[in-house]
Design a protein. Structure first.
Length: 139
């Protein structure tokens, strides 16, 4: 069972993650402005439809975490991938402003080592392990 954080520690965690969350809030605002929907689940804002669906199709994902914001193709994918994406939320809380550059570096390192840039990325492997998913292709 997870301990409840004090208000002060929650403020620090949200401030630490705010650069990445700001990108997610922009994606969320674009989603709402284009007919999408939003909801709060397990301490994260989730958006789907509109811009989020367009981006998911364009990039090729079911859900993507941007700080304390998760954008998804649709509500079903958000529900299906929530445990995995919640691990990414915790990763952002640990890495703060360094999360996006670190994620990119992990992708480059996996690719240069002959692996898959996504499936062999350390952050993805960690999220699969912590959420109880089986290893994906390239593992």
């Amino acid at each position: 069972m997870r301990r409840s954080r004090s208000l002060a520690s929650r403020i620090v965690v949200y401030a630490w993650a705010s650069p990445t969350t700001s990108v997610g809030l922009l994606a969320g605002a674009l989603t709402l402005a284009t007919g999408g929907r939003g909801r709060i689940r397990e301490g994260a804002l989730e958006f789907h439809g509109g811009f989020a669906t367009w981006m998911a199709r364009r990039v090729g994902f079911g859900a993507m975490t941007l700080g304390h914001v998760i954008v998804g193709y649709d509500a079903w994918w958000l529900d299906e991938l929530r445990p995995h994406e919640q691990v990414h939320v915790r990763q952002v809380e640990r890495w703060g402003i360094a999360f996006l550059p670190a994620y990119l570096a992990a992708s480059v390192l996996a690719w240069r080592a002959g692996g898959h840039y996504y499936h062999d990325n350390w952050f993805e492997r960690d999220a699969r392990a912590r959420s109880g998913q089986v290893e994906g292709p390239g593992a």
